[in-house]
Design a protein around this ligand. Sequence first.
Ligand SMILES: [Zn+2]
Length: 93
Amino acid sequence: MAPRRNITISRRLRATIARGRPPCHLCGEPINYDLPHTDPMSFELDHIVPLARGGADHISNAAASHRACNRTKGDRTDGGPILRRSGSLARPQ
Ligand SMILES: [Zn+2]
């Protein structure tokens, strides 16, 4: 049975990371944290080791990224970006 990601943990992680307003760890550019989450340049929590590859849903495995950067990475590394983010994107803050 595949482990299900914990939405509550992910949302808390998002808030924790966003509080420091770090730049995107993938491209190094600043992130506008006020953009709506539908914007490609908005903040998205990135798992450094994707959950699909055994990465932890934990602050030590989390970093800030642009949505577009994370999409590109996700497409390449875990093969399941739509499934992976289906729980977090649909929820209003
Ligand atoms: Zn970026």
